[in-house]
Design a protein around this ligand. Sequence first.
Ligand code: SF4
Length: 274
Amino acid sequence: MTLPHPISGRLFGSPVPPASGWPDDPASPGTPIARTHAEVLTLAADCDLTELDARVSVCRACPRLVAWREDVASDKRASFAGEPYWGRPVPGWGDPDPWLVVLGLAPAAHGGNRTGRVFTGDRSGEWLFAALHRAGLAELPTSAHSGDGQRLTGARILAAVRCAPPANKPTPAERDACAPWLAAELALLPRARVVLCLGGFAWDVAMRQLATAGLPVPRPRPVFGHGAVATLGELTLLGSYHPSQQNTFTGKLTAEMLDEVFVAARELGGPHVR
Ligand code: SF4
């Protein structure tokens, strides 16, 4: 069954076939597909950012996550029953040459896994994009669908794990399988100075990746906290509570707190700091 994309009106199946015209789909008909963890390692090497996005977007290396993301895409939430679901890995998105990297955990089942854009189409994304807009990094205060005209300047958003996991909990093996995509992407962003980690999972993954990449990690290893800062050579990790509904509903994270994090990020590594 095909359904119309909410903005373009074009018809798509769920999951969306690669290179079928979905807004911002980076894949081409010839994009190579990683089907094993070893193939992720191979395909993450030796490509530019555009090709990396394409390769991420067709990856099938984690059987449990492939099955989950595609089942969710096929079944859909009732409130989105009239929409096609992306149902594929969600690549990094935003400025290709950013000073700020925003790192989340994984796409949401009915957010990024539906829209094909990270933090787009769910409540967490509403908070994040509104804050990015207030900070002067996002063109629009909302991010509801791919193809909506949203644009980031100076910032790029990545997920530590690129497929939506059941209960938002990837296994350690899935986290490690996806790590080469993240490592390759960070290496392709040479002017990034700050990695804003949304939640402890992102903090730990970033720390692990950057240590593996040879950056000097302080000892003892800095622990995650809201406002935590860790300096690793030219790169600074900055911690923030994740804008999950659990945190925003309870007031653990407020809009003011998120705004302060972006102010801190700019002071640590914004363009004027270079
Ligand atoms: S989680 Fe990462 S490595 Fe696993 S299938 Fe998705 S994109 Fe591939």
